[in-house]
Design a protein around this ligand. Structure first.
Ligand code: PMV
Length: 308
């Protein structure tokens, strides 16, 4: 049997502006993960069991645009696997879907790694990342590639589209509380709406994206130097710029406010916005009380994670 796993992720700084070439920072969230188990099967076909989404089906009975079918068909095509082997594939993920925690990318990466390993193909992280990016493109229109990158490498990444990604060091670990609005984040729609704003007034929005890019670059230096307490103010500024881009929502703003009022050093939405998650920077001893106040302010779920 072959097993593989990939973590969830959060974007610390730079979402949306990253689509326009500015840098963004993202880190893995190991508290949630996608896990894949593969074994040879005695029955014909490729049987997929993904109980979280109530799926138990043979590959050929799935529509060709089903996300799991796309991963399998593209993988077999790319590696010229023929005929298809008989397999039992089990997929389980604790990453909430469409919440900005990278669930799709994590399932793709864990499944691709498990397949390669089970079928004895040597495949590098770089190839897995490139493959996962192609799959992201099928479902997200114009993704920047940040999700597949952080999930593949499972390390903090400084990401700028079209440039080699950089893994960066964390000078001193710090704690983040993630608050989930419980609403799905319509990333494709929010990315599309930002595109409309940009099309109507490129000069204005290029300058907003420049500000976001500078925040991400400064944040990287602070993290590397262990000056994480200074990130709070940068988070607040980044959140204001995301509000200006119209990608926040009353639910996200309420959680951001609640976190700030209970002593978070800063807070912002994380990911595509309009739903999904927000993040707050906190002193570790305050983690539980901030998580409690987020739930009181409407968070459906909270995760306390360390960036290290
Ligand atoms: O919603 P998420 O976490 O998948 O992140 C989307 C991040 C954006 O910058 C809004 C889009 C992208 O492709 O980078």
């Amino acid at each position: 049997m072959t097993k593989s796993s990939a973590p969830g992720k959060i974007i610390l700084f730079g979402e949306h502006a990253v689509v326009y070439g500015r840098p963004a920072l993202a880190v893995p969230v190991v508290q949630v993960h996608a896990d894949v188990e593969i074994q040879d099967s005695s029955r014909a076909g490729i049987w997929i069991e993904a109980s979280d989404v109530n799926l138990h089906a043979e590959l050929n009975t799935l529509p060709s645009d089903h996300p799991l079918a796309s991963v399998l068909h593209n993988f077999f095509f790319l590696l010229r696997v023929s005929p298809f082997p008989n397999l039992e594939i089990k997929i389980h993920s604790t990453i909430p879907v469409a919440s900005g925690l990278g669930s799709g990318a994590a399932v793709t990466v864990a499944l691709t790694r498990a397949l390669a390993s089970h079928l004895n193909y040597l495949i590098t992280d770089e190839q897995i990342n490139a493959f996962a990016y192609e799959i992201e493109k099928l479902y997200h229109g114009t993704p920047s590639g940040i999700d597949n990158t952080v999930v593949t490498y499972a390390r903090p990444v400084y990401f700028a589209r079209g440039q080699p990604m950089e893994i960066f060091k964390v000078g001193q670990r710090f704690t983040i509380v993630i608050g989930d609005t419980g609403l799905s984040a319509p990333t494709k729609e929010s990315v599309g709406d930002v595109r409309k704003l940009w099309t109507a007034d490129q000069q204005k929005w290029e300058s907003v994206f420049d500000q976001v890019g500078r925040i991400a670059a400064q944040a990287r230096t602070m993290i590397e130097n262990g000056r994480w307490k200074m990130l709070g103010e940068l988070m607040n500024k980044n959140h204001s710029l995301l509000q200006e881009m119209t990608v926040s929502s009353p639910e996200l703003d309420q959680l951001v406010e609640a976190a700030r009022n209970t002593g978070a050093l800063g807070a912002k939405l994380s990911g595509g916005g309009r739903g999904g998650n927000m993040i707050a920077l906190i002193e570790s001893e305050r983690a539980e009380s901030v998580a409690t106040s987020l739930r009181a302010a409407g968070a459906k779920n909270t995760i306390i994670t360390q960036v290290l």
